[in-house]
Design a protein. Sequence first.
Lengths: 169, 236
Amino acid sequence: MNSTFLLGAAQQVAWGDFIFYLVLFVVLMALVGHFAWNPIQNMLQKRADKISNDLDSAEGARLKAEKLAKEREDALSNSHVEANQIVNRAKENAEQQRSTIMQKANDDAATLKNNAQQDISRQKQEVLAGVKNDVAKLSIEIAEKIISKELSADDQKVLIDKYIEGLGK
Amino acid sequence: MNEGTKVITLLGIPFNVGNCLSGLIAAAIIFILVFWFSRKIELKPKGKQNALEWLIDFTNNIVKANVQDEEGKKYQLFAFTLFILVFMSNMLGLMFQFNAGGVTYVKSPTASPLTTLSLALLVMVLAHFCGVARFGFKGYVKNSFFSPMPALFPIELLEEFTNFLTLALRLYGNIYAGEVLLTTISSMSKAGWLGFISSVPLEMIWQGFSVFIGAIQAYVFVTLTMVYVSKKIVKE
């Protein structure tokens, strides 16, 4: 083996090994390149593309989500305002209704009171008129029974009128 | 290691059978492994695909450390093949050596200076070729031998030869020494039962250390290759 290294040695150098190893290396490189290197490189390229695509789409999704969240927040704050408006309007309505109802109730009450008073005074008049006649008749009958003999009809009438006037007061 | 070698002559070219056969076996093992590892490649890597991708990433990083990204992509496959070939060649002799009739047929191909000189020659030719392709012949000569100053021309010229020789002989020396020691320890095991018992742990320790050395040397070889290539294609 040493003799192959010492080029000046008498023994023959197997210089074919040079050619053999050059050819071997080139063939091996071609085979490895064709069967392993290129598929792996393609796959690495694909993976790099996929990763960058995924990153891009993730970025897009993040932006979209942010936009949606913002929209929702806006909608929420809008709904607060709207709710306040609704409540306020309802309060106003209620206030208005309350005053209307109160007004109406007051009016009704006043009308009823008036009617009742009118009824009462009319009935009182009627009763008084009725009573006046009844008392007159009764008195006359009683008086006739008690003092039919002592009083003339005229005297009697004068007496009764006086009496009734006294009643009226 | 110092047993005889069988040299056959084909078309007037002498071939060392043991050396060529070892290289062929190493290359075949590499190809089978890489072929098997690269079956069913998926977007989501798992198992053996992960291992292969890790190895590719490893050699790509060696390239990237010396040559810029876009330029470096051209050398990635070269560096990968070189690394696995040198690594497997270093390991082959640790796993088995085959002797028949005093002739070694299977061993570490890199334990032979012819192999490492071939690989180093390949690297150097590639480096100079890339330099010419990059700057044109005039620019290449100027960049390689006359910069930073023309006065350094003799040193630059000498450096090319020393680079070539040290690249080859560093690898050869490491692996050859490892194999010599392995053979020595294994011959110790034939000297009685005491020698056998003591040689087993020694052999195991030295084999482990040789695996380490083989990996380091493969890494160093590829790293220096990329350094030499980058020196030729980068303007000084």
